[in-house]
Design a protein around this ligand. Sequence first.
Ligand SMILES: Nc1ncnc2c1ncn2[C@@H]1O[C@H](COP(=O)(O)OP(=O)(O)OP(=O)(O)O)[C@@H](O)[C@H]1O
Ligand SMILES: [Mg+2]
Length: 254
Amino acid sequence: MQVAKIVAVSGKGGVGKTSFLALALKTLLKSNNRDILVIDGDADSNMPEVLGVNVKKTVGTVVNDFKEKMNKMAPGVNKGEYLESLIFSVLQEGESFDLLVMGATEREGCYCSVNNLLTKIMDTLTKNYSLALLDLPAGLEHVSRRTSKNINYMFLISDASRMGIQTAARIRDLAKALKSNFEHIYLVGNRITPDLEPMVKEQAQKYDLEYIGTIPPDDELAQYNLEGKSLLKLPDNNPAYQTVSKIIKSKLAL
Ligand SMILES: Nc1ncnc2c1ncn2[C@@H]1O[C@H](COP(=O)(O)OP(=O)(O)OP(=O)(O)O)[C@@H](O)[C@H]1O
Ligand SMILES: [Mg+2]
């Protein structure tokens, strides 16, 4: 059976994770990869907007409904299959990629059985694709809940701040402590001017993070965000896109 390569982004809030992932997707689509699942793992989801996709339901909403109904279900009902059908109903199938928005899935109380089911469903789902792109918030709760345990490429994003780099290092440490399989972990600097780049690199080295590229501050990207335009529509000569594209092509060997 096919197994998707999992590419994830994480980092401190607001450093440019979603923008990086959108530009990585643009690169992959341009190289004719048409077998991609994008997973928005941020409870405060904004990936659909950045990609110009309209999403009404999230995994969180259907899982929370499922939790409420779970104990009242007839004994003959296969809960796993039922939950799987609910998740598939949330999957947004597009022409060139599919999108799954996790939303907020946490409720009070222990729902370990639901989380276990969810993990299995996610494993089954990703097997239908050759690539899965994951937008992960800094807490890494999806990894700790093991909804995403094997990550082939983890791109940690930081701005020119000590907190950004420290958060990246903390995520790397957490990933290692969880004994998840992270094959490659890289640090990418975003919104960094040439003047500050050497200092950012120095800090990355101090925390033993592999620094692989600098995305410049980009007014066009910011403008697209302000106007609510999809980053997939940025021109091919956009400097931020060109940097992300170079990184993705070299690291994913496209
Ligand atoms: N290189 C850049 N130049 C200019 N603006 C940028 C750049 N990268 C990101 N931005 C802007 O910074 C803001 C935050 O970016 P983004 O949403 O990608 O970050 P994030 O890490 O996903 O945030 P969150 O933690 O809230 O999910 C957005 O308004 C985006 O347009
Ligand atoms: Mg984001």
